[in-house]
Design a protein around this ligand. Sequence first.
Ligand code: NAD
Length: 338
Amino acid sequence: MAAAPTFYVVSGSTVKGVIGGNRDLVFDAVETAYRLHSAGSSINPDSYFLRYPDEPRNRIIALPAHLGGAIQKSGIKWISSFPENTAANLARASAVQILNDSTTGYPLACIEASLISATRTAASAALAAEHISPDPFAGSLCVVGTGLIARTTVEWLKLRGWQFSQVNLYDLNQGEAERFRKWLHEQYNVQAVVKNSLADAISGSSLILFATTALEPYLADAKLLEHAPTVLHLSLRDICTDVILASQNIVDDVEHCLKARTSVHLAEIETGNRDFISGTLVDALEKKFAIDLNRPRIFSPFGLGILDLAVASFVLDAAIASKAAIAVPDFFSNSARW
Ligand SMILES: NC(=O)c1ccc[n+]([C@@H]2O[C@H](COP(=O)([O-])OP(=O)(O)OC[C@H]3O[C@@H](n4cnc5c(N)ncnc54)[C@H](O)[C@@H]3O)[C@@H](O)[C@H]2O)c1
């Protein structure tokens, strides 16, 4: 007789330990998830947005997903974004990931997922940067929006071996940029410069990371990118249509990214077509289109639930193996049908 599985809870500190001790395997898990998705071994329905009419900046998003291949798990990430939290030194985003067994459908675990989410976002950005840059691992960096995602992405770029000749920082809240500057110095002995304007920060940078919380695009001057940098557009809504159209655009998944009023979605609405998208990141990895070094290359990842699922599945296996996952006895007290 089949028994209900043991249900586990995995805390944030366990997640942190597993990810910190297995960076290369986590990076591989992200790339594998993208490749499984590209090969059709995944189900990644639309994300569901819970929004508050009176508080339009706040939202909670559900990201259901299934991965086949060697992973064979389903699950859902439930992630809140409340930007005002940061004023009280509380993270903007908080999240849990539920994993389900794909044979019985039973929930297997509830895992703290804010770090998983930031990690998969940062690792996927680092993967893209390596494959769409003319001179990977070198050049100058500009960070626009110096919050948690920017910090995690810089960590992953450094882990992958990037060395920057210069780092410019820009944030609407200069105090945040200053904190980021201090962190870069303490962590990596990197001397970054906080700039007073977006134009100054971007000027000449070969790798530009957008990780703001902007809701409407504001980067309208295509001249700012005429030096053809690599752009990691993680916050998705910073770049105006004319600049998008003057660039080579690479996404994680075309259908997903052309939704929810992202910059590329707005470009599609304005032009009535998708011709400005060259392909996905996996298409770039598989050299299905040529990287255009004469134009800015903008990677806009919508953020797929399959990535959270892949990293969470890796974390759960490692946490169970090291006995750090907390088993909840009798979680399914009524699982026998009769
Ligand atoms: N694409 C993905 O897969 C993915 C995944 C996770 C998070 N994100 C996005 O990354 C972004 C950053 O997340 P976070 O957790 O670091 O947020 P955060 O609140 O920690 O940091 C955001 C920073 O951006 C600054 N900012 C806001 N608007 C700005 C602007 N117009 N110009 C310059 N700075 C600006 C804020 O002052 C803040 O310091 C969010 O938009 C989030 O939705 C994307």
